[in-house]
Design a protein around this ligand. Structure first.
Ligand SMILES: *Cc1c(COP(=O)(O)O)cnc(C)c1O
Length: 365
């Protein structure tokens, strides 16, 4: 089975981790400081605070803005559940917005409708490697928290993703764009906010007891891996783009009245293809089950290729809310197929052959 995603780990990564291991200084130390500085430089920001996960990075970004009870935070329904977890943990209320049907990112018009006097921030996940419409979101006049867990190194209107919001969060989970095993970071140009976040990350040797402080640190072992991966990020991105171009050339495919189409990249935005998402557009909806994405995932599995729904379940499903037609449609019709820098040319050829094989089978049925 061709895996859906996998980290790109090479001898340089092993050496970086082994150096730290041999040094004897393995908990949070100089490597964490270096990783924070290098990520800050990469995004053109003053600095960052490394923590143990992306979810915790979102939570601390909210705490830094003093967001809590009686406050509202706008978040798109079509996203993983980490933002919902973080927002509710600080005591605030997540208010859902719908997405743009083309880019699958938060729709600024829907976010505008969700604004109230209690809105304290908009959480902006840049999904699948494509930036959200930061320009339009900035005009809403509410602090933006950019969630760059899936998108680093893309640009929108000439601005680098992650450099626009009041705060930016990243995740370094094993299969993200660059990995540290687990880990996250909050970055900003506002050093006061970053200092505030540092207070929460560790509890020991403080002049006063800070309510809410915990042990949320990253270790130097993880940070060393993060630094080694960050150096290879430009190479990772070009490999992802080359794979995406090969998929683009194989599309659209159109067996038995069902079009499978690739991602759209609006003008003025660049894509880093954290995911390669396919949309199923049925010309004859009655032919397919209620969720065409499921049927395609099953077909690819049977042929030896692991495909997935790129968002497991939209938030409005978990919460039992109605509406959100673009999120609903994306959930029903979107699947992602293998893309990662460690994919060999041989595996890529296999993937393309499976495309043809699966489509041929449908046409014969
Ligand atoms: C992965 C991810 C997170 C959570 O990061 P963890 O490190 O897994 O806690 C948050 N937001 C988005 C968009 C993600 O993809």
């Amino acid at each position: 089975m061709i895996p859906h995603s996998k980290p790109s780990l090479e001898p340089v990564d092993e050496e970086a981790v082994m150096d730290v291991l041999r040094s004897g200084q393995i908990a949070q130390g100089p490597m964490v400081a270096r990783f924070e500085q290098q990520m800050g430089e990469f995004l053109g920001l003053q600095g960052g605070v490394a923590v143990n996960s992306g979810t915790m990075a979102i939570e601390l970004a909210l705490r830094a803005l003093h967001i809590g009870e009686h406050d509202e935070v706008i978040v798109p329904s079509y996203v993983c559940s980490a933002p919902w977890q973080a927002i509710t943990r600080v005591g605030a209320r997540p208010v859902l917005a719908d997405i743009d049907p083309e880019t699958l990112n938060i729709d600024p018009a829907s976010a505008r409708l969700a604004l109230t006097t209690k809105t304290r921030a908009i959480l902006v996940p840049h999904l699948f490697g494509l930036p959200a419409d930061l320009d339009a979101l900035q005009q809403l006049g509410v602090p933006l928290i950019e969630d760059c867990a899936q998108t680093l190194g893309s640009t929108v209107g000439g601005q680098r993703v992650g450099s626009v919001g009041t705060l930016t969060v990243c995740s370094f989970y094993a299969t993200k764009l660059l990995c540290a095993g687990e880990g996250g970071m909050v970055l900003s140009n506002d050093t006061t906010l970053l200092e505030h976040i540092r207070q929460f990350r560790e509890y020991d040797e403080r002049p006063v007891l800070t309510l809410g402080s915990s042990n949320l640190k990253m270790s130097d072992l993880h940070a060393a891996l993060g630094c080694a991966q960050l150096r290879r990020l430009p190479e990772f991105i070009s490999r992802r783009r080359r794979i995406a171009e090969a998929y683009n050339r194989a599309l659209p495919i159109n067996p038995a009245g069902q079009r499978l189409i690739g991602p759209t990249v609006p003008p003025n935005r660049t894509h880093v293809y954290f995911r390669y998402v396919l949309r199923v557009k049925s010309d004859a909806p009655s032919v397919e089950a209620a969720d065409p994405a499921d049927a395609w995932v099953a077909r690819f599995h049977a042929a030896g290729l692991q495909a997935r729904r790129p968002v497991f379940r939209p938030l409005h499903h978990y919460l039992g809310h109605k509406g959100f037609p673009a999120s609903e449609d994306a959930y029903r019709t979107t699947l992602s197929i293998p893309i990662y820098p460690a994919m060999t040319e041989e595996t890529l050829r296999r993937c393309l052959a499976i495309f043809r094989e699966v489509c041929g089978e449908i046409d014969r049925d």
